[in-house]
Design a protein around this ligand. Sequence first.
Ligand code: ADP
Ligand code: MG
Length: 524
Amino acid sequence: MMRRLLEVHPGTIRVLHLEDDPQDAELIADLLREDGLDVEVRCVEDEAGLRAALADFQPDIVLSDLAMPGFSGHAALAIVREASPRMPFLFVSGTMGEETAIEALRQGATDYILKNQPARLGAATQRALIEAAEQRARDQAESELVRSQRYESLALLAGGLSHDLRNILQPLLIAAPMIAERAGTDPSVRKFATMIETCAKRGMDMVASMLSFARGARQINPHLVVAQLFRATDLLLQGTRPRTMALEIEVEDEDLSVAGNETELQQCLLNLCLNAIQAMPPDGTLTLAAGRSELGRGDILEDEAAVPGEYVRLSVIDTGMGMSEEVRARLFTPFFTTKEGGTGLGLLSCRRIVENHQGVLRVHSRPGMGTRFDIHLPLRNVLPAAAQERAFDGAGRHVLVVGEEASRLSIIADGLRLHNYRCTVMRSGAAALVFLDDAPPADGEGGGPPDAIVLDSEMQLLPVGRVLTELRYRHYEGSVVLAGDPGELPESARSGLALLSVERALAMPELLAALERGKDATAG
Ligand code: ADP
Ligand code: MG
C-alpha cells in the first residue's frame, strides 16, 4: 500500500491533529513516522486553531480526538467538511463506543481508530489518503469530460447557426451592389447600399469563423487500430474505474482498424465507458469488444446517412442496472439525464461523433440486464494496408489547386508535389478560370489545361457550384476532385464533368487515391 501511496501522493504529508493532550499528540506523530510515513504534523486544540490551520497549513488529512475542552470532534468534522468536502478525516480517540463510531461515519468521517489499537493508524491513514487522491482524479476526469461535452454541443449549435446565417446574408451581398449600381444620381441610396454590403460582409466573416470553430481541426487517421483505442481508453479510465470493477477487452483481430478522428472516437468511447461505470455496482464488469459486422438496409434508420455494407463494431458492454423503455426513448434528447449532476450531453455528443464518421450507434438494454452500446463504423473506410503503402506517383502530371484559404492550399500543394505532381495554386474560382482560359495550347511539353483540378467546396467569392458550371461550359475534360460534400451541390453542377469527391477535412492518401481514380476514369 505504501508504494501506491507514494504514487498518488509523493512528498511530505501534512497532518492536522486536533488533540488537547501534548503527550498523545507526540505519540500519534511517532506512530505515523514509525510506519514509514513522511509527515509534518500541526497540532491544534480549538476552533480558532482549526480554522487557522485549514487556511494556512493546508493539511492533506485531519486526525481528531473526540472531545477536547470547549470543542468537540463532531463540531470539528462539520467545519472541515464545510471547508473541504473531500478531506480525509479520521477520529482517533481513547474511548469510542460502537454507536459513537457509527454516528461519526454517518456524519462523514472517513474512519475511526482507538488509541489502544495504534497498529491500525498507519494503514488507515494511508488508505484514506489513497482514496482521497483517487477521488480527486475521478473528479478531475469528469469535469474535463463535462467541459468537452459542453464544447461539443456549442460546436453543434455554431455549425447549425452558421449555415442558416450564411443563407440569410448571401442575398444581401448580391443585392447591395446591384442597388448601388442602379442608384442613379442619388448619393444617399448609394451610401445605404454600401452600408448594407459592409454589414453583410462583416456578418459573413463572423460566419466563417463560427464555421471553422464548429469544424475544429478534424484530422482523419486512415488507420486507427481498434485494439489501441481500447487500451488508451483503459488508461484514461484509471482512477475512475473502481479497482474491484473488471475490465475486459475482446478484439476479434489485433490489426482491426478504422478510419477516423482519434480524439473524437476516443472521447466517444470514454463517454460510453463512464456511463457504464456509473450504471454498475463496484463489482461489475465492463467489456470493450470489437469485430466485423454487417448492416443491411433494414438496420439503418431513415434519417441516418449510413449505407448498407460491412462495418467494424466497437461495443461497450456493462453489467449494470440497464434502462427502462422510457429512458431508452429519451437517451439522445439534449440535457436528458437521470443522474444528479449529470449533463445529459454525453450520448448526444457520442452520436454526433459516430454520425460524422458515417457510422451508426445502437443500444441494447433492459432493466436489470445491463447495457450494450454498439458503434458501427464503415469498413469501407478501412484502407487496406497495401493501398496505404502504395506509392502514389503523379508522374509530373499537372494539378490545379483552387481555394480561398492560403494555408490549406499550400499544405495540399506541398503534399502533391511530394508525390511528383506539378501544382498550380489559385486563390479563387475566378482566378482559376482565368488561368484555364489563358493556358497555352497543348504542345506535348506541359502545355494545355491541367490534368486535374482540386476544388475546395468552401469558397465565397465564386461559389463552387458556379466554378463547376463554368468548367462544364469550357468542356474541361480532366478530372475534378471536390474537397467537400457533393451532396450540397445542385444536380446541374454535378453533371457533365468527371467529378470525384473527398472529405473536406481531407487526408493526403484519400486525395492521392482520388486523383489516381480520376486519371483512370478520364484516360479512356
Ligand atoms: P449523463 O451521463 O450526464 O446523464 P448521458 O447523455 O451520457 O448524460 O446519458 C443520459 C442518460 O442515459 C443517463 O442519465 C442514464 O439515465 C442513461 N444511460 C446512459 N448510459 C447508460 C448505461 N450504460 N446504463 C444505464 N443507463 C444509461
Ligand atoms: Mg454520461
